[in-house]
Design a protein around this ligand. Structure first.
Ligand SMILES: NC(=O)c1ccc[n+]([C@@H]2O[C@H](COP(=O)([O-])OP(=O)(O)OC[C@H]3O[C@@H](n4cnc5c(N)ncnc54)[C@H](OP(=O)(O)O)[C@@H]3O)[C@@H](O)[C@H]2O)c1
Length: 266
């Protein structure tokens, strides 16, 4: 497939790497446009893809155009591309930008909106996506193969689930990074050397997530299995429950959801 990227930053590069690694697109059929010339040169060198400093030129001949710029640059990019789109499908990963905003800005109604997350950089992401009514089954298939190169993908028919996913899986890796930081600090606090505290915690987090996945058991069941009455785990969990961890996480996710709706103009 012929594919163009507007924005080759962190997420743009993750998608470029994913689709090339998985053979979804060939380097000679992939074009990236970025305002940052050094970045553009590096992407051309690293992946052997075509580069352009002109957004309009970049999308010429492309079947699918990935919008991977920051929300604050979307207006400028849409002004650049307004009325230029022909039969291309536009796949936007821009946080908060609704399909209606993108369709109006581009004067074009073939739009897919996706919310990936940063583990996409290593092919371990999860992406939730939806498409406008005019997008054909064939185009949905193209979008699925691109997003599938980043990890798992889930199609939803209602756009409201994109804002929900933004608050859970989009922002979620940052919540887990914060938990990892806190656990490392706590391990050091009670005497583990800082140099290796990371390993102790990373393997614990990975192992716990993999155990849930491999056993198919509910996390609550696995938690109860390691919590003997009067033991150490029970003592720690009591602190977490009394400190309001569940309510705190709920409030954090609701706050992210409300913000996603505000950014999307709802
Ligand atoms: N990071 C995440 O976890 C995540 C998850 C889901 C969705 N997203 C969304 O993904 C999008 C991209 O995020 P990112 O982290 O990849 O951003 P990024 O690293 O800043 O990449 C965006 C790139 O686009 C370039 N650019 C700016 N204006 C441009 C223009 N007019 N034409 C062409 N290129 C332009 C930027 O150049 P300059 O740096 O010179 O401005 C930069 O190289 C965002 O909308 C974000 O909401 C991110």
């Amino acid at each position: 497939m012929k594919i163009a990227f507007i924005g080759g930053g962190v997420m743009g590069e993750a998608i470029i790497k994913g689709i090339l690694d998985q053979g979804v697109a060939r380097p000679q059929d992939t074009t990236v446009s970025d305002i940052d010339r050094e970045r553009l040169f590096a992407l051309g060198q690293d992946y052997g893809i075509r580069t352009s400093a002109d957004n309009r030129q970049a999308i010429e001949g492309a079947e699918i155009v990935v919008l991977a710029i920051k929300p604050q640059n979307l207006k400028q990019v849409m002004a650049d591309l307004q009325g230029q789109a022909k039969e291309q499908l536009f796949l936007s990963i821009v946080a908060g930008a609704s399909m209606a905003t993108i369709s109006a800005g581009l004067e074009h109604n073939l739009v897919v909106r996706a919310m990936p997350n940063t583990p996409a950089q290593i092919g371990e992401g999860i992406t939730v996506w939806t498409a406008s009514n005019e997008v054909s089954q064939g185009q949905k298939g193209m979008a699925r193969s691109i997003l599938g190169a980043l990890g798992k993908e889930i199609y939803v028919s209602d756009e409201k689930y994109i804002d929900i996913a933004t608050a859970v899986s989009g922002s979620g890796p940052a919540y887990i990074f914060l938990v990892i930081e806190a656990l490392v600090d706590a391990a050091v606090h009670i005497g583990w050397p800082r140099e290796t505290a990371g390993e102790l915690v990373f393997e614990t987090v990975l192992g716990a997530a993999r155990l849930v996945q491999a056993t198919g058991k509910q996390p609550a069941e696995l938690r109860k299995m390691v919590t003997s009455p009067g033991g150490t785990t029970e003592e720690a969990l009591l602190q977490l429950e009394e400190g309001g961890l569940r309510d705190l996480i709920d409030r954090a996710v609701v706050a992210a959801y409300e913000k996603a709706k505000i950014l999307g103009g709802k």
